[in-house]
Design a protein around this ligand. Sequence first.
Ligand code: DGL
Length: 270
Amino acid sequence: MARARDFMIGVFDSGVGGMTVARAIEQLLPSYDLLYFGDLARTPYGSKSPETIIRYARQNTAFLVAHGARLVIVACNSAASVASEILAREFAQPLFEVINPAVAQAVAATRSGRIGVIGTRATVRSGIYERKIGAADERCMVYSQACPLLVPLVEEGWMAKPETKMILRRYLAPLKNRQIDTLVLGCTHYPLLRHLIQPRIGRRVAVIDSSQAVALRLQEYLGGHPDLARSLSKTGRHRHYVSDVTPAAQDTANRIFERQVELIKVDDFG
Ligand code: DGL
């Protein structure tokens, strides 16, 4: 585990999907050490109640902070949608999440003001994108679509199967009918389906990847907070802790990083 003087960027997710965020951070800020926690023992969050997700999110944040996270990134859209304001109040560390940066990019990208959002049931039910996009620009219309089958398809590695393409067409059809010109990928797993989503929603639709959006926001923040940036360890090391390990999660993690990733199991978590 971390040495006492190591301060790191902490990232948590319900599982390994949030590694799309860790990967985006690695690509943008390769020298920074990163501590990842994936709650594989309790995944998925997207089908759980807000109360349960909030309880898990608190425990995950406390774990990261106890192990040296100097700032915390909520990579999981489902957790961010119900817990980020609570975490920001309860923890002293700067907190980042995937929703605000994606909202800012979507509002900047749209020309017609018609924005689509896809996510888990928990994220869509929370109405968070409607509230935040509405607050950023009240002229925007938001059309949300829960896509509960996409996470299991990604976790099965079904990224090129005809069944996945068919399901995507079904999920995206209502958004196409609404003539959106911007689509937010509001879930950790969806960047892995971007190559299938873009042609099906239409080449002219701006697709917003919240993992890249939050990595950019973090880079900007560190640029504006040089003392904090200086205090963070920079040996380029990423450590990936999980509350359970399964072969499927290991495959997904390797696929996201395009290399073999070591998953370190934390016992008795939660
Ligand atoms: N990490 C979740 C999200 O981004 C997807 C997986 C889950 O449902 O736990 O919403």
